[in-house]
Design a protein around this ligand. Structure first.
Ligand code: 9G3
Length: 584
């Protein structure tokens, strides 16, 4: 058998591990190490072994095809970036140690690129000149560096990782919106093709400036992001999502009560034997002008600090001394008897609550039945709370469900932030210089590999979706060296490879049990077991990894099924065709 495209297990560099690696906390990290897809080179730095590299390339190619399909053009920028460009954007000083900086022999400063906004803007300015050339979308699939404080979870949070980053240059917000929509649609297709169960979620632009952004979250318990989602299709990151809370009323007369030792909402609710949703939580801080701001949210919710900063004009928590200087007490703050200077902002859900259970601004005391508009007033009502499961869906009103997710991709509307800062303009139809309106769009390619494994594994190992598997099928001869089994297995592998399938063959002289265990660990989608007894009847056994289904099938019929699937496959449809043909 000479076909070089066939993966021969006897030659494959895929060292597997019998034991679970000690520091691997999640399935993808553990299984990619155990099955010989990756190895750790340093903290948060990984080598892709042949199997890992194959899967990574598959994901890259899916991304590439979907980018090319919407007219984005592939380029390759350097990972090494001159500091000057980061000074121009103002981000050299905006980032701390996460940005990996280095000097060359002439003492010129550089960084290892954590992202490429600066480089791409510098690339097109002065050369992309006329509105007639717009819009333009450029992308690359490249390594990125971010010195995470705590690299962990293998490929999910590493310091060196693969990203597809795309940037669009548009003449108007309208045009950018169109590119943004095209990209979002392409990202949905990428996630579908990669076999991910995902949700596009409302997110927060954070540091990067642009306000409109959407994250593509692969649902997984190992994910670091918390989401809420609804059967109507709505989903949001809890860092960003609108909160519609339902505080409850504790209907008692206004009274100050002694609450000795009570400092937390949980203690207060227990002390009064009421739900936490009947209490009100307070947080004190100062805004950018140094003004005292006191925030109130339902007791069963947390303050969302991004929303707080937006509502208050900046929000920084008071330290203990500052609180004392205002006569405020941690654990018993409330709206009754606040200093004159305090500006009070409360979650809008509390506007419907006529009586509040709150701190009395006196250690060891709380008020019950504090009357809104009588005992205290509120200056401003805002959406201040972190949304949580059980809150109402802002789209349809049903109760939201909670989930965790892995952020595999994100789309941003950048506007003119970078083009303005770096003087990147084009000539519009009236001959006027205008800054480009930009969007940027990222796919975490290596992280996507990990997300796929998080969603496609079981106690035996990985179960790759056909679209990203290191090969479609693995032929497993049970007795290597047997004068019938081995030639039959090799011919089958060869025939399938000739038809255009990606084929592996486990030609090692290992026991059947070892081969089965490794095949399941590695996760080939289809395993074809060639044994002496079956062959005598002209049959082989076909196993579908994802479901564990097994069928005995005549060799001739099997080859026909593969050929049929290939013949009738438009594009990539043979994957589904094949499985359906074989297992229905
Ligand atoms: C930095 C460092 C870390 C960073 C950034 C810059 C995240 C940074 C946001 C993005 C946004 C988009 C292009 C593709 C789509 C996403 N972490 N971000 O800008 F200097 Cl140290 O990277 N980039």
């Amino acid at each position: 058998m000479t076909n070089p495209n066939i993966i021969k297990m006897s030659k494959l560099y895929a060292p597997t591990l019998k034991e679970d690696p000690a520091d691997a906390e999640i399935a993808s990290h553990r299984l990619l190490l155990r099955a010989g897809f990756i190895r750790k080179t340093a903290s948060g730095v990984y080598t892709f072994l042949p199997l890992g590299q194959k899967v990574l390339s598959k994901v890259e190619n899916i991304v590439r095809e979907e980018m090319d399909a919407i007219g984005a053009q592939e380029i390759m920028m350097p990972a090494l970036q001159p500091a000057e460009l980061w000074h121009e954007s103002g981000r050299w000083s905006a980032y701390g140690p996460e940005l990996m900086r280095l000097n060359d022999r002439h003492d010129h400063e550089f960084c290892l690129g954590p992202t490429h906004e600066e480089l791409i803007v510098a690339l097109v300015r002065n050369e992309l000149r006329s509105y007639k050339e717009l819009p333009v979308s450029l992308y690359q699939i490249q390594v990125k560096f971010r010195d995470e404080i705590r690299p962990r979870f293998g490929l999910l949070r590493s310091r060196e990782f693969m990203m597809k980053d795309a940037y669009s240059f548009n003449e108007s917000y309208e045009s950018m919106q169109k590119t943004y929509d095209d990209m979002s649609e392409a990202y949905g297709k990428i996630c579908d093709r990669a076999g991910l169960d995902y949700r596009p979620v409302e997110a927060d632009g954070g540091q990067i400036g642009g306000s409109v952004t959407c994250e593509f979250m692969a649902l997984a318990e190992a994910g670091e992001a918390e989401l809420v989602h609804c059967t109507c299709g709505y989903a949001a990151n809890t860092e960003a999502g609108e909160c519609i809370a339902h505080p409850t009323v504790y209907d008692v007369p206004f009274e100050k009560i002694a609450t000795p030792g009570v400092h937390t909402i949980a203690e207060l609710a227990e002390f009064l034997d009421i739900p936490e949703s009947s209490t009100v939580k307070a947080l004190s801080g100062k805004n950018d002008e140094g003004k005292l701001v006191v925030l109130f949210v339902p007791g069963d919710h947390e303050v969302n600090e991004i929303k707080a900063a937006r509502a208050a004009g900046g929000f920084e928590l008071l330290c203990d001394e500052e609180m004392e200087s205002y006569g405020l007490h941690k654990g018993s703050m409330g709206p009754v008897g606040l200093p004159e200077s305090a500006y009070v902002i409360a979650d809008r859900s509390l506007e419907a609550v006529p009586q509040w259970v709150v701190g009395a601004n006196e250690d060891g005391y709380h008020y019950v039945g504090a009357r809104l508009g009588v005992d205290f007033t509120v200056d401003q009502w805002e959406d201040l709370s972190v949304v949580r499961p059980g809150d109402s869906c802002p789209k349809c009103g049903l109760a939201l469900e909670g989930a965790r997710g892995i952020e595999v991709a994100q789309v941003f509307q950048l506007g003119d932030k970078y083009s303005k800062a770096m003087g990147a303009t084009f000539m519009d139809e009236d001959g006027k210089e205008q800054p480009f309106i930009m969007g940027c769009y990222g796919v975490g390619v290596s992280r996507t590999v990990a997300a796929i494994v998080e969603q496609h594994n079981d106690e035996f190992g990985i179960a790759w979706p056909m679209s990203v598997a290191p090969a479609h099928v693995c032929v497993i001869p049970l007795t290597v060296g047997d004068d019938q089994v081995q030639p039959a297995a090799e011919k089958l592998a060869d025939d399938l490879a000739k038809m255009g399938f990606e084929v592996a063959i486990d030609d090692r002289s290992e026991r059947a049990g070892v081969k089965f265990a490794d095949a399941d660990l590695i996760g080939w989608p289809i395993q074809i077991i060639v044994g002496k007894r079956g062959l005598a009847e002209g049959k082989v056994e076909v196993k579908r990894r994802s479901t564990g289904e097994r069928i005995d099938i005549a060799l001739a019929t099997l080859e026909e099924a593969f050929a049929f699937a290939k013949r009738n496959a438009k594009g990539r449809a043979f994957e589904a065709n094949l499985l359906q043909g074989l297992f229905s």
